[in-house]
Design a protein around this ligand. Sequence first.
Ligand code: FPP
Length: 267
Amino acid sequence: MPSSDNPDSQPPASANHESRITNHVPAHLAVIMDGNGRWAERRKRPRMIGHRAGARAVNLCIDFCLEQGIEALTLFAFSSENWGRPEEEVGALMKLFLNALEREVEELDRRGVRIRFIGERERFAQALRDKMDAAEMQTRDNRRLTLSIAASYGGRQDIAAAARALARDVVDGKLRVQDIDENAMATHMALADLPAPDLFIRTGGDHRISNFLLWQLAYTELWFTETLWPELDAATLRRALDDYARRERRFGLTGAQLAPSTNPSAA
Ligand code: FPP
């Protein structure tokens, strides 16, 4: 069972355990930012107020990643399924995304953040797509932090799109059926140029993946917290990283087999 934001769930720091812990900062952090609606409802405010507060937490999370030297941050901003929410909420979220892009891109660019979007971009209004394209273009050479925003994204849709791309290659005679393997699939998945997420965080108390990065999370360490996204603070993120640093990542091998290259502190 994945551990969560519960101090009691942390393993004892025995010498044996310490020899195989990850003991380093994740290179790639993936986050489901859940709990905006409940945060607002508890205050008897419209759900949109929670999303606005959520946008502030996004900035806090980016600041934290920059401070910690995390190289990639992938945020689930809007799922393929979120289009089914009430029209008023979807419309307000679109406005929020547009405003956030207008407001934040300059500063993110200045701080060395490369912004990218994954998901079905064609479903968004042209004005928003133009801003997404422009943000990607403006920040494309930045390398300090790669910020991928999953918007109209679904993990199953991502896998289906990769399968379609492979099928097209077969039809075009560029690929043989017997050469379709997980590496071939991986090259067509979203985030193909990044290492898989090392750590996944979900706020808001639910313990599920909700169709986020289904392929890419195969060996990711999972971490859950009751904290609602708008209440996110650096201390909560710190706890997630501390917990991650104590994990033993075996990638299907035994502890004894772990090489220093997959687990730097194993030597
Ligand atoms: C899930 O909370 C959150 C969303 C569907 C939207 C996420 C959007 C933001 C954090 C705002 C800004 C983002 C960017 C990238 C600028 P929920 O509404 O499902 O919460 P609930 O489970 O409490 O109802």
